[in-house]
Design a protein around this ligand. Structure first.
Ligand code: ZN
Ligand code: ZN
Length: 242
């Protein structure tokens, strides 16, 4: 009986979380996604905006910072996606923002970050806008799917709401977090973890994620989209990690 009570208290707390979150957002002023100081210019205050690292040059396929040519990993084994377009390099205020958005229970950052990304990255014309989905368990634990929220806000800020394609890509297998793993292990970890519906058939797809690190997750997700008949997949992310 006590166990039952504990479980219902936990689910009641989970149910109240979105309410508490919206009340907090009404009361608190907008805060910088990097340093959390109050700011009128979301997502970044002037100091953090000045400290962002731009993507200057990199691998034409996976976006790995370096010369503007295919990197050795892409030459040896080309990824399923055609290119990566990222708002900035992972680090400094952008890393803090991505971390707060993913792990800091701040889903409301989707709107300013989506608008910021829309101003920095051109979406491929006519492409359907999908997102790399979380597994069911992680979505329940976190209370939201950050890449899906980001894709919603990016599409709307770019005036491409009608191209937003929800639910066409699913994670059919829960995978352990990629953090702290090397590339070969990441590749094995996510192989076959995604499934895409026929809604992408014949379409180019802009696949939205928060951060691209080795590209292993993006590659597995893009492969599922191509298997379902998508003609080309471009990854669009807030940040590209080195
Ligand atoms: Zn700041
Ligand atoms: Zn590459």
């Amino acid at each position: 009986m006590f166990a039952t009570l504990r479980v219902s208290a936990a689910s009641a707390a989970a149910a109240l979380r979105p309410l508490a979150r919206s009340l907090a957002e009404l009361v608190w002023p907008p805060r910088c996604a990097g340093c959390r100081e109050p700011t009128d210019a979301e997502p970044f205050c002037a100091v953090c905006a000045g400290a962002l690292l731009a993507v200057s040059s990199g691998c034409v396929r996976c976006g790995l910072p370096g010369p503007d040519a295919a990197c050795s990993a892409c030459l040896a084994s080309p990824p399923a996606f055609a290119a990566v377009r990222a708002g900035g390099l992972y680090g400094g205020p952008l890393a803090d923002a991505v971390h707060a958005f993913k792990y800091g229970d701040r889903p409301a950052l989707a709107r300013p970050l989506g608008a910021w990304l829309a101003g920095r990255v051109a979406l491929p014309e006519c492409a359907a806008i999908a997102s790399v989905p979380l597994g069911r368990r992680r979505r329940i634990d976190r209370g939201y799917d950050q890449a899906a929220l980001l894709a919603d806000e990016l599409a709307s800020a770019a005036g491409r709401g009608s191209d937003r394609l929800r639910g066409a890509l699913l994670r059919i297998r829960e995978t352990p977090p990629q953090v702290g793993r090397g590339r070969p292990e990441r590749v094995r970890n996510v192989r076959g973890a995604f499934w895409a519906s026929g809604a992408v058939e014949g379409r180019e797809v802009a696949l939205v994620d928060d951060v691209v690190t080795t590209g292993a997750t993006a590659d597995a997700a893009a492969r599922a989209l191509l298997d379902a008949g998508a003609v080309r997949v471009t990854i669009v992310a807030l940040a590209r990690a080195e």
